[in-house]
Design a protein around this ligand. Sequence first.
Ligand code: 4AD
Ligand code: MG
Length: 448
Amino acid sequence: MSETALPSAPPVTTIAELGKHEGQSVLLRGWLYNLRESGKLLFPIFRDGTGTIQGVAHKAGVSAEVFETLKGLTQESSVKVTGKVRADKRAPGGYELDVEQVEVVQRVPEEDPYPITPKDHGVDFLMERRHLWVRSTRQAAILRVRAEIMRAAAEYFDTNGFTRTDPPILTPAACEGTSTLFPVDYFGEEAFLTQSGQLYIESTALALGKVYSFGPTFRAEKSKTRRHLTEFWMIEPEVAFCDLDGLMELAENFIAHIVQSVLAKRKADLLVIGRDIAKLEAIAAPFPRLRYDAAVEMLNQAFKDGHLEQPFEYGNDFGSPDETWLSSQFDRPVMVHRYPAAVKAFYMQPDPENPQFAMCVDVLAPEGYGEIIGGSQRVDSYDLLKNRIEEHKLPMDAFQWYLDLRRYGSVPHAGFGMGIERAVAWICGLDHVRETIPFARTLNRMFP
Ligand code: 4AD
Ligand code: MG
């Protein structure tokens, strides 16, 4: 007696995993990204969140029902597709799908088509439809790279002896200057959305030694630049018994780890985005270190040579064009340290060799990206910190708990903050931070 095998249902898989199923029939669940029709041949492109794949359906090769279902199917209709995986060297992902079955989950109506078509749209049009725009291959690739940057950043600290401690988001006082605070009504009292977790993780660093925080931060920035968001994500380490040199070493190893992780895990996405991979492959510690004074000399020279429109005034913080110029002079991030104390935050330790300078560092990403990290050694003397709070006209009462950290077992300590969106912009090679976060909040955008 002969036994006939029951036809088994094709395994459910994802586009990213198709390589494991070459020659097999599989079931994909996703959306119709695009459809090219050429007489008796249909070339649907499907996406499923892990990638895209081109399907092929020949009128003679599929049932009439399947052919009719696919023909004229509207963009972004949701589908379940069965097909055989075929290796194809010319295909972007290395595979094509010979379509066998199609089930439409929801058909986008002809009279109300998906608004984002493969043609070029302006950025404002797309930002207004950000809730749909995230479906495009490029935007999805950016979000995957973002996720890997965040994962690798946390991993670096998790595997190097740091404890994650989460600071509050609702805070009673400023950390990074009073001009960019977002006020919140807190049961009739004024509170603010946090600008940085730093002050709080200085406390947990003195409890746990090496800590980090990772969360959303807020700045009521009136700046309309390609680098500024009003809500952004920051990862911040804080280390007890650490000085500026130790901090710069931490910063370069941290960034190198992130870039290497992205190259190892998300190279295909970088290619979709069009990133020049060789530029990222060059990123290895150590990074060049440049005193503020030496950076100013470079800016003066650049002005003389006609590369900058404005002369740089010694003593100022760098503006965007200055950072752009400086960071385009190096093939890896450059660490600019010892800025004039007068233009930096109240909590920064003065340079013991010349208190006019702060023991701080900004890490400027190459290719003109500019600041991605800001950090410093912190004032550890009670008296000096108290003077600083007075000089900056900050409310002394609100900072008593912060002064306690200098009253009880103060130690030299240091930390930095890296803005995730700035890092994503650089690593993906994007010209604006608005594409680096699922829903950007800027001076003139709160929607959707
Ligand atoms: O240089 P900042 O202001 O430093 C601090 O907040 C420190 N308290 C951090 C610390 O020492 N723990 O901000 C740190 C980083 C910047 O280098 C930048 O990458 C990012 O946060 N950042 C912004 N990103 C997007 N939009 C904005 N408006 C940003 N402001 C700062
Ligand atoms: Mg800064």
